[in-house]
Design a protein around this ligand. Structure first.
Ligand code: GTP
Ligand code: MG
Length: 149
């Protein structure tokens, strides 16, 4: 099944937006498979964002992501990766549509409160990178028959 790695960045935690952001995904109807508050070490942040390592903003990005605890989540469901990207909105919050997380809750690219995987392959890669095996739960929600026919 498709999974997306969603992470509330340190600004989202510091600003008290954890419940608000989790609710967006809960309310949509995806299944939560993993959740933890976590202080990200530098090497993990660098591995996570390795595709951006040559960008001029890379050092600032690593400093940002490691500047305080993040909330790590694994969400599951058909189409979850693309749908989560839509719920999150454009990278630059000033260009993100109202109704999206970044469109409603942020103003700057360097403080855009949440991460979402950009492909199903990266969803798998990132869930594996951020969670140990025992940290993910196999469970079924009683809501599933009311969400999926
Ligand atoms: P993520 O979900 O966090 O991966 O964001 P994204 O997929 O919308 O954007 P991308 O993967 O291209 O960039 C990763 C993160 O790097 C962004 O979410 C920003 O936090 C940061 N970033 C990207 N571009 C810039 C930039 O031009 N300046 C700064 N300061 N940060 C940037
Ligand atoms: Mg990205």
């Amino acid at each position: 099944v498709e999974q997306s790695y969603i992470m509330i960045k340190p600004d989202g935690v510091q600003r008290g937006l954890v419940g608000e952001i989790i609710s967006r995904f809960e309310n949509k109807g995806f299944l939560l498979k993993g959740l933890k508050l976590f202080q990200c070490p530098k090497d993990l942040a660098q591995e996570h964002y390795k595709d951006l390592k040559d960008k001029p903003f890379f050092p600032k990005l690593i400093e940002y992501i490691t500047s305080g605890p993040v909330v790590c989540m694994a969400w599951e469901g058909d189409g979850v990766v693309a749908s989560a990207r839509k719920l999150i909105g454009a990278t630059n919050p000033l260009q993100a549509e109202p109704g999206t997380i970044r469109g409603d809750l942020a103003v700057q690219t360097g403080r855009n409160v949440v991460h979402g995987s950009d492909s199903p392959d990266n969803g798998k890669r990132e869930v594996t990178l951020w969670f140990k095996e025992g940290e993910l739960c196999q469970w079924e929600s009683v809501q599933t028959p009311w969400l999926i026919e």
